[in-house]
Design a protein around this ligand. Structure first.
Ligand code: F6R
Length: 250
């Protein structure tokens, strides 16, 4: 793993955006694997800025997203398609017919998941996959489990996730209870992985994921086995990792 230490959230965002930007410049028709969540917002903001300044052209880029809630239409402001449109796609010159998010409105989960895997295959795989890191070590919606899930699959959201999400909906009954997510194998097949993290609340899990044993109990720990992973994280997020690493090296 290559570690890039950033000062704070803004620095992390700029460094991560630089890596994505280099990918797009070096291979204009690349396939980007994209993530939602709060961590990539600053990264996307930089990419938009550089595009608007004329430095970055997304016209030949395709993208594939990690996950989507089952049952939410694209125009629901809580859907991940909506997130991507608002925070990136509508503000750069990407061809939106070449941006793929799992189809949350496909009621048959086998079809939705198979379609997403086929799209990734047909595109020739992912050149660069951007990942955020969950507090419990999840990547995509791959939660701690007894084994690593392979391809795109349907997951039941935990009660705590449903309750946490309920603040964004009129009532708890409207909160999606399931999501479609790329599996660990789909993520591991990406040529390059860029994982980003910021803030003290990610410090423990970064240390566990990158210094602890590789186990499906910490899904991100599998990234230790990937040949080309770059972690861009800020000082707060790296505090435990750096301390444990220097203790291990004596
Ligand atoms: C997002 C995703 C999630 C997030 C993770 C971290 O598409 O799949 O795994 O990357 O939950 O979220 P934030 O960035 O909000 O801390």
């Amino acid at each position: 793993m290559q570690l890039i230490q950033a000062k704070d959230y803004d620095d992390m965002s700029r460094k991560a955006a630089n890596i994505i930007s280099a990918q797009v410049i070096m291979k204009p028709d690349c396939v980007l694997g994209l993530a939602t969540g709060s961590t990539p917002l600053g990264t996307y903001a930089n990419l938009i800025d550089w595009h608007k300044k004329g430095d970055l052209d997304f016209s030949k880029v395709s993208s594939v997203n990690l996950d989507e809630y089952r049952g939410l239409p694209a125009d629901n402001d809580q859907s991940y398609r909506y997130f991507m449109k608002t925070n990136l796609f509508d503000q750069v010159n990407i061809d939106q017919s070449k941006t793929y998010v799992p189809d949350g409105m496909e009621p048959d989960s086998d079809t939705a998941c198979r379609n997403h895997d086929n799209i990734i295959k047909e595109m020739g795989g992912i050149d660069l996959q951007l990942l955020g890191l969950g507090l419990n070590g999840h990547i995509g919606f791959n939660e701690p489990a007894s084994e690593f899930p392979k391809g795109t699959h349907c997951v039941d959201l935990t009660q705590s996730t449903i309750e946490a999400n309920s603040r964004f909906f009129a009532s708890i009954d409207e909160v999606p209870t399931q999501a479609y997510t790329m599996g660990i194998q789909s993520i591991m097949l990406a040529n390059k992985i860029l994982i980003i993290a910021s803030g003290a609340n990610k410090a423990e899990i970064i240390a566990k994921a990158f210094l602890g044993p590789v186990t499906p109990e910490v899904p991100a720990s599998i990234l230790q086995m990937h040949p080309d992973v770059t972690l861009v994280a800020d000082e707060a997020a790296l505090s435990v990792y750096l301390k444990q690493k220097s203790e291990m090296e004596g």
